[in-house]
Design a protein around this ligand. Structure first.
Ligand code: ZN
Length: 256
């Protein structure tokens, strides 16, 4: 059949009702909802950010979701990782997350990967993702994810959080964005890891929801921003937009 790929998707009556509040938004409409249903999103890390982000994507009717995480649910996770319950303790996070997300919306295709997102460990099919969302908690994964997205020209939407603070970033590699490495070339793993750190739980819910929001707006072509770096302090409710540009010396995206 001729026409755009998005025209090949049809909605059942139930889906039209389920997504009616999205479709009623003039900027989304039926066409935007089709783009969502056609899309494949990969989330790296199903911790606090990944739990919040995946919930909104799945509820909003994203078509296909890939989840990567090698970890199991720990008691200290339950303060903020809202897909999990006490009965999920010691289960693999991706297993518990898929079961929880499918209860929310069984019409989404979800693939789980009980593994880290790292070199030689990423199936070829992931290169077909429309968006990759980095919800990981360590710098090694962030750097690899940035490299992967840059090479495959996949927009990368990234969140991080520690204590009362959160950051939202977007790097649209289809539109000559700077990259994560341009911003954080000297950052070590210890500086960024929040695995062992204190965290005010709503911070991951807020930033995770913003990751979902930016992803949906990118897929439906509402967001015009090629790159974003926003910094938040939720203790004092402060926010700032940080401008940045491509580093010509960058070892990932630089020209030198
Ligand atoms: Zn760069």
């Amino acid at each position: 059949m001729e026409g755009s790929v998005s025209n090949q998707v049809n909605f059942s009556e139930k889906e039209m009702m389920k997504y009616s509040r999205n479709i009623m938004l003039a900027d989304i409409g039926v066409e935007g909802q089709r783009l969502l249903k056609n899309s494949t999103v990969t989330i790296i890390g199903v911790g606090g950010l990944g739990c919040a982000c995946s919930q909104y994507l799945v509820a909003s009717g994203i078509g296909n979701l890939n989840l990567f995480d090698p970890d199991q649910v720990d008691l200290s996770n339950l303060q903020r990782q809202i897909l999990f319950r006490e009965e999920d303790l010691n289960a693999f996070k991706v297993d518990a997350a898929v079961s929880s997300l499918l209860r929310l919306n069984p019409d989404v295709n979800i693939k789980k990967f009980r593994q880290s997102f790292e070199k030689n460990n990423v199936p070829d099919e992931i290169t077909k993702s429309e968006i990759v969302i980095d919800c990981s908690d360590n710098f090694e994964t962030r750097r690899y994810t940035n490299n992967f997205c840059y090479k495959n020209k996949i927009p990368l939407i990234s969140g991080s959080c520690i204590q009362w603070k959160g950051q939202l970033m977007k790097f649209d590699f289809q539109n000559d964005s700077a990259c994560y490495e341009c911003l954080f070339e000297d950052t070590s793993s210890e500086d960024l890891s929040c695995t062992e750190s204190a965290i005010f739980s709503p911070v991951v819910g807020i930033i995770g929801s913003m990751l979902a929001s930016e992803s949906i707006k990118t897929i439906t072509k509402i967001s015009k921003n090629c790159q974003i770096f926003q910094d938040y302090d939720f203790k004092d409710n402060l926010s700032r937009e940080i401008s940045f540009k491509k580093n010509n010396q960058c070892k990932i995206c630089g020209k030198c």
